[in-house]
Design a protein around this ligand. Sequence first.
Ligand code: ATP
Ligand code: MG
Length: 358
Amino acid sequence: MAAAVVVDGRSNVAPDLANGLACSFTYRELLLATAFFNHANFLGEGGFGRVHKGTISITNAKGISEAQTVAVKQLAPEGKQGDTEFQVEVRMLTTLAHPNLVKLVGYCEQGNQRMLVYEYMPLRSLDNHLFDLPFGKQPLDWNTRVKIALGVAEGLSYLHNVADPPIIYRDMKAANILLDEDFIPKLSDFGLAKIGPVGDKTHISTRVMGTQGYCAPDYVESGRLTLKSDMYSLGVLLLELITGRKVYDDARPRPERYLMTWASPFMTDTNKVHMLTDPALMGRYPLTALNQLAWIINLCVHPKPHLRPIIADVVIALKHIASQPYVSERRPRPRASLPQCRPRAIQKSRRLYKGCAV
Ligand SMILES: Nc1ncnc2c1ncn2[C@@H]1O[C@H](COP(=O)(O)OP(=O)(O)OP(=O)(O)O)[C@@H](O)[C@H]1O
Ligand SMILES: [Mg+2]
């Protein structure tokens, strides 16, 4: 990683965009923070542009300036849609705050340049820990997967139940779940998020946007977006979490390419549910909890949106699953201080216990 330059991130607030809740950085400041977008600081690239690691100094509420590691997302200049999503992202992330939502440190809106500056998430996104693991990389264990599932559900519950009016996230997918150093998940990418239906309305009508495979089929067909559209995407994500399979994978044999099609026969059959699990788990999971999780997933991906659960119920169910962690069945190793079982020692101990029932 190239040494990133520490610069003065002035709290030069643009009240129209961030309501004073995020820093406005100049292009030059972000150039210096990322060492001129040095390739050594490159983190990844998505539909909206490239992401680089950087270090910037932020002045906190007490007026003390401190260096913070950040991820700078540079929106590719082409397209009007990117600019709209940039505005939505800044507005959403400056009004919402929850431990399971990524924090927006600031942004840059200078000339053609549009950049978003986030807190840096050292373990990157969930997809890096589930799919195509490089040789030697430790796969996620069962308990970590459940912890991630619960955190994601709690983040979504905040959007659906605490945010007022409710927010439909619309872009739930493994690449958008960022992980901190303790595998605490944070939802990111709010550019597609929508303010949910208010009053008596049950849906909002929109152009279908999102990631193929994660989008609820009813939403794709009708363009009617509801909170239950997010519940379908959550079901798909939970399925990826336990199977270690991508929602669509053309590297697999034809009948296994679509995760939902492949998984459906196993989800409701308690005798087959173990077939769903990621081989990398090597059978290390509690079977009852697996059955419960498969049941939740099955409800979330129900073709009829009104039969999908609400997020509050899923959070309760996932808390119950998290309360049944996988405990290794390996016997504890003998303590070093125990006497060696050499024949003479045994004879000696027999003499010692002579006459006692041992
Ligand atoms: N805050 C962050 N901290 C650390 N790494 C990040 C951060 N944000 C993004 N990344 C990395 O950059 C990559 C690209 O992220 P980005 O959100 O631009 O694209 P994406 O989620 O893969 O696709 P899409 O554009 O469809 O959302 C991510 O996969 C992740 O590894
Ligand atoms: Mg993303």
